[in-house]
Ligand binder design. Structure first.
Ligand code: SAM
Length: 545
């Protein structure tokens, strides 16, 4: 497949993604099963479907099978080589037309119309094709949004070439189930076939395109039908091929596939998460960072103090560590000296005693230790494991922080100060040099969704993120140093929702190529999950509006 892939420019303007031969064969075999006759691929590209049709027809013992296949494609050049191969198998050149498909008048004489129409966004469509498509839609009596991707009018026009009782089978993008404009297409086709099935396949047909695949299987063209479309999901193309090979394939799909009507948004978002995780810019957090629980003192009241605590003046400077007092105090994407000054001024306990255990202990410190021992602090489980119990050795400085428990999924915060964290905030140590390039992605809705799905839920709707679970979360590389600075500003000044919107735009739309619609779906779904977990979030949202 890779050898014959077209240039990025023709992928954009002509939607030239050529279908892998095995997938083309699956759809073609279904379309021609007990339905032998002329076949049309209205955007035949490099003959993947037409070559499959010749094979299927030959297997069905049709005489001169190559004479039954017909193709239309606007791009004569790209088709030449593969068309020559079909000519050598007995086809005639009149079977191949090089024109805009919308300029061809409908002729309902084909037993099967098959293929993979061009997915070309509205603003990449040429003026001529747009006008021809609009006029074809008018002829077909379908009010289709002018912003629709080209596959939609293509499908409506293609249907007009299918003969009575014939079939239509095509490979479509995920928008076929997601985009609002698509419903006009399905409403139109559902009235024209005895069965209309839309199958979402949980596997990508084009490894280099971030596109879900939906297969439309329209069976037995009628003048009038009152069926509603069946929507199912199957995990792989192999599973689809297996179901379609059965005698009553619609029934088999209904039995084996997962029905989509009710679980639509769940499946869409799960799929988006899966697509993101498979992207070349993605990896798991565990591959770029080691996640550790912050320091467990065993007695924070003794070890962790406010800056104005007199006891801090009686110990050496190197025996006091700056600490992030808790996940709620992390209001930006970086923990800086200004954050430390802010929490210190507010009286937060943000200094931890890390006594070295040497001989020269100050009098006030010795007195404080004696008082603590009188209270039995030294016998608590964590303290009793240390020797002496008051000598905390916090280990290496973390490179970044992440909340352990939170009401809402938050992202990773870099440690610009050289602070430490307590057990409410995890410390992260980078394992790769460019790890900070992944940080923006942890402020996206995708990350929030992954956290919602992975974290344990506590009373009151609190999320608890264990280090092992966090390590499996997907992160995406977005190399733009300024992005972190902007994100930090937005998070501090406008809050988490605004920061998430910015991160979504940068990472989900720009890096992963998600559509605005897909991003909105994710954002809405994350909110829904939060609301389900915590009624107080709903109250917050109502207060926002
Ligand atoms: C997604 S490719 C599919 C090719 C082939 N059916 C396959 O599955 O391998 C889309 C094809 O549509 C063709 N195309 C784009 N706009 C067209 C139009 N207005 N009329 C006819 N063909 C068009 C492109 O040249 C390209 O070959």
């Amino acid at each position: 497949m890779a050898a014959s892939q077209p240039s990025p420019a023709s992928q954009r303007t002509l939607g030239s993604y050529y279908t892998p031969s095995d997938i083309a064969h699956t759809l073609t075999a279904w379309a021609l099963q007990d339905n032998i006759g002329p076949v049309l691929d209205p955007s035949y590209g490099i003959c993947r479907f037409l070559a499959a049709a010749v094979d299927v027809l030959a297997d069905a013992s049709v005489r001169r099978p190559a004479r039954l296949v017909h193709g239309v494609d606007i791009d004569a050049e790209a088709t030449t080589e593969s068309t020559d191969a079909l000519l050598r198998r007995g086809a005639s050149s009149v079977q191949f037309v090089h024109k805009d498909f919308f300029s061809i008048l409908p002729d309902a004489r084909f037993a099967a119309v098959i293929g993979n129409p061009p997915y070309v966004r509205h603003h990449w469509q040429s003026v001529e094709v747009k006008a021809a498509a609009a006029s074809a839609m008018e002829d077909a009596g379908v009010a289709l949004s002018r912003r629709a991707s080209l596959w939609a009018p293509f499908l409506v026009h293609a249907d007009r070439f299918v003969r009575h009782d014939g079939r239509l089978a095509m490979l479509l993008p995920g928008a076929a189930l997601q985009a609002r404009y698509a419903s006009a297409v399905w409403k139109h086709l559902a009235c024209r076939y005895a069965h209309l099935t839309l199958v979402r396949v949980g596997e990508r047909a084009f490894p280099d395109a971030l596109e879900e695949t939906v297969i439309v299987l329209a069976d037995r063209r009628q003048d009038r039908s009152r069926r509603v479309p069946l929507m199912v999901e199957v995990p792989t193309f192999a599973a689809l091929a297996q179901s379609l090979a059965e005698e009553d394939s619609a029934l088999t799909l209904r039995r084996r596939g997962q029905r989509l009507e009710r679980s639509r948004s769940t499946l869409t978002t799960a799929r988006l998460l899966q697509i993101a995780a498979q992207h070349q810019a993605a990896t798991r957090l565990g591959t770029i960072a080691r996640v550790r629980i912050g320091t467990v003192t065993g007695a924070n009241a003794f070890f962790v103090r406010a800056v104005d605590d007199d006891l801090l003046h009686s110990v050496g400077l190197d025996e006091v560590a700056q600490v992030v007092p808790g996940s709620r105090s992390m209001t930006g994407v970086r923990w800086t000296h200004l954050d430390d000054a802010r929490v210190a001024a507010a009286g937060a306990r943000c200094r931890m005693l890390c006594l070295s255990g040497g001989d020269e202990m100050s009098v006030p410190m010795s007195a404080a230790i004696a008082a603590a021992e009188k209270e039995g602090i030294h016998e608590t489980s964590h303290c009793s494991r240390r020797e002496p119990w008051w000598a905390i050795q916090p280990g290496s400085l973390p490179d970044a922080f992440l909340a352990y428990m939170a009401g809402e999924a938050k992202g990773i915060v870099t440690n610009a100060l050289g602070a430490r964290s307590l057990n409410g905030v995890h410390g992260l140590a980078w394992l790769v040099p460019d790890a900070s390039g992944y940080l923006v992605s942890t402020w996206t809705s995708l990350w929030a969704l992954a956290v919602e799905q992975t974290a344990r839920h506590y009373a009151g709707g609190v999320l608890k993120l264990e280090p092992g679970a966090i390590s499996a979360l997907p992160v995406i590389l977005h190399e733009d140093d300024l992005a972190l600075v902007r994100l930090d500003e937005v998070l501090r000044q406008e809050g988490l929702r605004a920061a998430r919107q910015l991160a979504d735009r940068l990472v989900l739309e720009e890096t992963l190529g998600f559509s605005e619609h897909q991003v909105r779906t994710l954002q809405a779904f994350v909110l829904q999950m939060m609301e389900r977990r915590s009624p107080s979030i709903r109250a917050l949202r109502n207060a926002d509006t």
